[in-house]
Design a protein around this ligand. Structure first.
Ligand SMILES: [Zn+2]
Length: 137
């Protein structure tokens, strides 16, 4: 089901809590909502659709990758300055991101995984993890 995108800064600044297997139903709504905004959206965190759980969805090629309870366990490469936009507010903002990140997470079947991401995918994951922590760029 396509859900409404939360734009209220007060609501978006709340921290999300860890997701459990009981929260997997959120994934479909997150994907549906992301697909509805596919022209302007490369990633989405569950709190953007008013679910305060640490679940993020990230566009990778033509697929949507779901990461549950993602934790960055290692960073590498440049720590560079970039500009990012967000569905939750107008315009773009300057921020700093790591070029490479190693992430531990559960996949959409709640299987534990560890994977290294780089480039744009790494950047999107860092943006969405910020959302889980109530941080808006
Ligand atoms: Zn955002």
């Amino acid at each position: 089901m396509i859900r409404e995108i939360i734009k209220d800064q007060f609501l978006l600044c709340r921290k999300s809590s860890d997701a459990t297997v009981d929260d997997l139903y959120i994934i479909d709504d997150l994907k549906d909502t992301m697909n509805a905004y596919q022209e302007s959206c490369v990633g989405m965190a569950a709190n953007m659709i008013n679910e305060l759980k640490r679940i993020i969805a990230v566009k990778e090629n033509d697929d949507i990758l779901v990461l549950i309870n993602p934790v960055i366990i290692k960073t590498a490469g440049h720590y560079y300055e970039t500009e990012e936009g967000c569905l939750c507010h107008e315009g773009t903002q300057k921020t700093k991101r790591y070029e490479k990140i190693k992430v531990q997470y559960h996949d959409d079947k709640f299987k534990m995984k560890i994977k290294t991401f780089s480039g744009l995918t790494a950047q999107i994951i860092q943006h969405e993890i910020d959302h889980c922590n109530g941080i808006l760029i």
